[in-house]
Design a protein around this ligand. Structure first.
Ligand code: BGC
Length: 236
């Protein structure tokens, strides 16, 4: 059931920043966004302490959603490829529930970004371009969680993320990196044949190529807005 008055604290744990925003049920921001830099090394202890600090900045919310850049099952993290230390078995949602006293759902960051971008018709796909490459796939608005396409082999013995992640962009420059993003999209489209492919993440602003039909860029705020839909798709 969709609740109309509920206030959601939506948290996004990223490679460079940990962001929070409180939204009403319609996705309207109820307070200014608050961001702290992601601690380095990004160990579970350090990241959880910063997440708690971001959550404590807000006082008026009923529930929490959190996006994490790794595999998350039933609120528990099992990988954190671009983070440090051992993220396997970190009970992210339970830790946040304990620290805020509010119910929390946790999911992969690209999955949450996708919830904020999709329309809910047919097969829809989301790729995020940031520190890493996130991927999500939905059928009629329902998520198939933890796609982790970024670590799949792509070209010359390297993964998608190694060609289109931020380290590759820095090394190749925006023009050549954009060419690799296009090549990745053109490889992915005929496999899943989505009705639409949404591109999200902070690095979409560096793209210098025209995009194929049915591929569009979504604003970064989708990552935060998706935190509401996470509560509407049962199975989380
Ligand atoms: C992680 C994914 C994440 C993506 C974007 C990848 O390195 O494995 O889980 O969605 O980065 O943050």
């Amino acid at each position: 059931m969709i609740q109309t008055k509920v206030k959601t604290l939506s948290l996004d744990i990223g490679g460079s920043g940990i962001k929070g925003m409180v939204l009403d049920a319609g996705g309207k921001p109820l307070a200014d966004r608050f961001r702290l830099p992601t601690p380095r090394p990004a160990t579970p202890e350090a990241v959880l302490a910063t997440v708690t600090e971001v959550a404590n900045h807000f006082d008026d919310f009923d529930r929490v959603s959190v996006g994490f850049p790794g595999v998350v099952r039933f609120g528990v993290v099992s990988t954190g490829a671009n983070f440090d230390g051992d993220w396997n078995h970190v009970p992210l949602a339970a830790e946040i529930e304990e620290n805020t006293g509010k119910p929390c759902r946790a999911a992969n960051d690209a999955d949450i970004q996708g919830y904020g971008a999709i329309e809910g018709n047919g097969v829809e796909m989301v790729l995020t371009l940031g520190t890493g490459m996130g991927a999500a796939v939905f059928t009629n608005g329902h998520l198939v969680p933890n796609l982790e396409l970024g670590h799949h082999p792509f070209a010359d013995g390297k993964s998608y993320e190694e060609w289109v992640g931020d380290a590759a962009r820095e090394a190749l420059g925006n023009a050549r990196w954009s060419g690799w993003v296009l090549r990745a999209i053109e490889t992915i489209l005929p496999i899943w044949n989505p009705t639409h492919l949404y591109l999200g993440g902070g690095n979409t602003k560096h793209l210098q190529v025209g995009l194929p039909k049915g591929v569009t860029i979504v604003p970064n705020v989708a990552g935060i807005l998706g935190g509401i839909r996470l509560w509407e798709d049962e199975g989380h």
